[in-house]
Design a protein around this ligand. Structure first.
Ligand SMILES: *Cc1c(COP(=O)(O)O)cnc(C)c1O
Length: 481
């Protein structure tokens, strides 16, 4: 397929900006570009076809089943996008005086109240742009709290080995030493190892729950107690709150900080690097450290206010506002019962699929799972030479997106499957049938799986090459730079 730059023809562009309806202001000379940007010039129908052609070469949630574990690629109600497209929300400017944007401030305020209710927290910021960014912000709060008390020796953050990879990365980015704690035979935190690890140098613990094995840690109350008794704070990675929302609250389990991925659980379509929100909630004792600004209620409506000991801003303005808006619409349309239903269906669907596969595939940690489960294909690879990659890629030939592969790292030849709450029983049955058929082919004709996918517009990609030598921009005139 040709790139838009290759399809470009000089003079074929069309005006996209309306005529100026305000006085013209020229930028200072020093800020002007020396030459016009080299943008592709195409007619409208050609642009439309270009992107349609691109879209056909990939697999989205509108094409079919997309069980990407740890990522929650679910169908999101279109109503939320309709609301996010209302001109009252899209036509505002972040520097507008707050008196003229009261509705938008109310959106932030109302979303904060509801999400605090759902998580059991007291206050929340929507500034972080993604989950990992939320973790970073949350750990900054933990650090600020210890610093404010003059407790300088707390240099370590405890991270179980079943955590999402961003947890240890965050702890390290914020200047902490990461202390790894292994999992026990049931996939939970090894309690003896945790007790061993805590001490007066423990700043806190980061717990992904459900963890990346799809398991809710049954010792969770004991875990948070052990950390609190050592003087540390507890951080809950709630990216995948769709497993527990409306049923259990991190705030009631002894957690001081939580982040949510509004772009996973609360209905902003993601993937491809679209806008996200790693909202961070905290208990009252951490509220003075939250990023600024925050929205507060005042006597004539809503206003911005800076927390007294704020860690500063982690992003311009108030984060990705329209993501917060979608979350609010999602919560208001589903209501408390609907949110609980969504969580129960997420868990039911995952258990249904796990049961439908567990006689032909090895489940890494059998038992009840939450919103996702992990298969291990180690034995299959040894006995038949068929890898997790082969099985995953074969699914594409049946019109299904592969699950997450080779993650979590503590499981060999892992396939991590998250059906999500929005799939029907028919779709789950079909996915189970496809995975069973692939398993049967691994016995009868394993060679046929090595070359999959065969029926997709692009075949097996050179993923290592793409990661090691990414070509991210068009090479004009064949000159490399
Ligand atoms: C997705 C995810 C993250 C990271 O979120 P990003 O928005 O990709 O930065 C962190 N923790 C868990 C458990 C996740 O599933």
């Amino acid at each position: 397929m040709k790139l838009s730059f290759e399809k470009s023809r000089d003079g074929r562009s069309f005006p996209i900006l309306p005529p100026l309806d305000v006085p013209r202001e020229d930028l200072p000379e020093g800020l002007l570009r020396k030459s016009p940007p080299r943008l592709p010039q195409m007619a409208q129908p050609d642009i439309s076809r270009h992107y349609t052609e691109l879209a056909k070469r990939t697999h989205g949630v509108n094409d079919g089943f997309y069980p990407l574990g740890s990522c929650t690629m679910k169908y999101n109600p279109k109503l939320n996008d309709e609301m996010a497209a209302l001109p009252g929300f899209t036509g505002i400017h972040p520097l507008q005086p707050p008196e003229t944007a009261q509705g938008c401030l109310e959106v932030l305020f109302a979303a904060e109240r509801l999400l605090c209710l759902i998580t059991g927290m007291d206050a929340m910021t929507f500034q972080p742009a993604a989950g990992a960014h939320g973790e970073f912000t949350g750990v900054l709060l933990i650090k600020a709290w210890h610093d404010a008390r003059g407790d300088k020796k707390r240099a370590k953050i405890i991270v179980p080995d079943s955590a999402h990879g961003t947890n240890p990365a965050t702890a390290s980015m914020t200047g902490y030493q990461v202390v790894n704690v292994p999992s026990d035979s049931e996939g939970g935190v090894d309690m003896a190892a945790l007790r061993e690890a805590v001490g007066d140098d423990t700043a806190g613990l980061m717990l992904t729950n459900p963890n990346t094995l799809g398991i809710f840690d049954k010792n969770i109350l004991e875990i948070t107690r052990v950390v609190h008794e050592a003087g540390g704070l507890n951080y809950y990675d709630g990216a995948n709150l769709n497993a527990v929302m409306g049923i259990a609250r991190p705030g009631d389990m002894g957690f001081d900080v939580v982040h949510l991925n509004l772009h996973k659980t609360f209905s902003t379509p993601h993937g491809g690097g679209g806008p996200g929100s790693g909202a961070v909630g905290c208990k009252a004792r951490l509220e003075p450290f939250l990023p600024k600004p925050r929205v507060v209620r005042c006597k004539d409506g809503f206003a911005f206010s800076d927390p007294e000991r704020s860690v500063g801003s982690v992003k311009a303005f108030y984060g990705n506002f329209l993501v917060t808006l979608r979350a609010l619409v999602y919560m208001l349309t589903l209501g408390a019962d609907g949110l609980r239903d969504a969580a129960q269906n997420a868990v039911l669907n995952a258990n249904y699929m796990m049961k439908g596969l567990s006689d032909v595939y090895d489940v890494a940690y059998p038992g009840i799972c939450m919103h996702e489960f992990v298969l291990t294909l180690e034995k299959l690879k040894k006995e038949r030479g068929v890898s997790a990659m082969d099985v995953a890629k074969s699914m594409l030939d049946y019109g299904m997106h592969p699950p997450t592969m080779y993650f979590p790292l503590i499981v060999k030849e892992a396939l991590m499957i998250e059906p999500t709450e929005t799939e029907s029983r028919e779709t789950l049955d079909q996915a189970i049938a496809v995975l069973r058929e692939i398993r049967a082919r691994a016995d009868s004709d394993p060679g046929s799986l090595h070359d999959a996918p065969l029926n997709t517009p692009v075949r097996r990609l050179d993923e290592v090459g793409a990661a090691r030598h990414p070509v991210l921009k068009y090479n004009f005139d064949g000159v490399s730079d």
